[in-house]
Design a protein around this ligand. Structure first.
Ligand SMILES: NC(=O)c1ccc[n+]([C@@H]2O[C@H](COP(=O)([O-])OP(=O)(O)OC[C@H]3O[C@@H](n4cnc5c(N)ncnc54)[C@H](OP(=O)(O)O)[C@@H]3O)[C@@H](O)[C@H]2O)c1
Length: 326
């Protein structure tokens, strides 16, 4: 039996709309109700009876506090725009939700990459849940995999191919096109960041690696502290030369806990791989993450061609888990 839950959304873009569709689709089995939505420009809408999939926004609430006070959600879903460098203002949104006694579910990796330890502690002090399954690999289970299926397992490191734009750029260059052509393809698919150098210089992968290391390895690291070098200097002729030798370039994030000092060392690099390497097997928007463990060897998660619907599913799975837990 799933408890009914009052949910508020902060942000209503691609992920918010997909999430609202998903709740509508599953409404018989999962009695979750969106009681309010607050966004930067569309405005605010609140209805205690539950909003439908095409909400009509009114004027923007005076502040997030005023919105939370009026909507009184049990769960705030934070899905505003990413700021990888600071995690703000999303981190402040999360702090506000805790002050108002709401659990938080987010797909925004900024706060997890920059200040996970602080937010986790705030949630614990307030007796609230803080969940973020969708932050690194859309809805594919990563954090919940650890939470529920790997008792006693210690993560010694991970290896991930986590940035879609880089894969599309290298794939375009393997067809003889330019770096810029590849970036344009990623932009046309709507997957490149507003500033695509954030993808190609490795910052997106660094933010994802920091989020993983902070949550699963207690690394307490920020993306800016990660040794990062992207694909920015790659040329089509070099990529074609490698292709002749059955090799490919992938942007790879690697983390290891050092045996000597126990510290987590993370590196993001454009690596030359054999075409047969498992890390070379994911293309386009697909992602792959391998976990290196003490008891389970190396295991992994793959997400093939994810869309905002999978990100919405990650949010949904977190809320179902909260409804079952509390
Ligand atoms: N798209 C994906 O597949 C995906 C995958 C994994 C993670 N994520 C993460 O999920 C989050 C949402 O992604 P998205 O694709 O839905 O983004 P999006 O389409 O750009 O929508 C962002 C939403 O946030 C709102 N917003 C921005 N700043 C705000 C603020 N200060 N207060 C209130 N609302 C604010 C915007 O308001 P207006 O509409 O009024 O402008 C908009 O509704 C991001 O953090 C992203 O990194 C997305």
């Amino acid at each position: 039996m799933i408890e009914p839950m009052r949910i508020a959304l902060l942000g209503f873009g691609s992920v918010g709309r997909a999430f609202s569709q998903l709740l509508h689709h599953k409404r018989k089995a999962f009695p979750f109700r969106i009681v309010g939505i607050h966004t930067a420009r569309q405005g605010t809408v609140i209805d205690d009876r539950g909003l439908d999939r095409t909400p009509v926004f009114g004027p923007k609430a005076e502040s997030l506090d005023a919105f939370l006070e009026a909507a009184k959600p049990e769960v705030l879903v934070e899905i505003t725009t990413l700021n990888p460098a600071t995690g703000e203002p999303a981190a402040s949104h999360i702090r506000a939700a805790f002050r108002h006694g709401a659990h938080v579910v987010t797909a925004n990796k900024g706060p997890i990459a920059n200040c996970f330890a602080e937010l986790h502690e705030l949630a614990q002090q307030a007796g609230l849940e803080f969940r973020f399954e969708s932050t690194v690999m859309d809805g594919a289970p990563i954090f919940n995999l650890y939470r529920y299926t790997l008792p006693g397992v210690r993560l010694t490191g991970f290896t991930g191919v986590l940035n879609s734009t880089c894969k599309l750029v290298v794939e375009a260059m393997r067809e003889g096109l330019s770096f810029e052509d590849g970036v344009r393809r990623a932009q046309e698919l709507g997957i490149a960041e507003a500033d695509p150098s954030y993808d190609t210089e490795g910052w997106d992968s660094a933010a994802k690696a920091a989020a993983l290391a902070n949550v699963l390895m207690d690394a307490r690291i920020r993306p800016s502290e990660i040794d990062t070098k992207g694909i920015g200097r790659l040329t089509t002729s070099r990529v074609l030369e490698l292709k002749e030798k059955h090799k490919i370039v992938q942007l790879v994030a690697r983390a290891r806990r050092s045996v000597s000092d126990g510290k987590v060392k993370i590196r993001v690099r454009a690596e030359v791989l054999e075409e047969t390497d498992i890390l070379a097997s994911v293309h386009g928007t697909s992602n792959l993450l391998l976990f290196h463990t003490d008891l389970m060897g190396t295991i992994g998660t793959v997400s093939l061609h994810p869309t905002p619907s999978q990100t919405a599913y990650g949010l949904f799975s977190d809320i179902v888990d909260i409804a079952r837990t509390i």
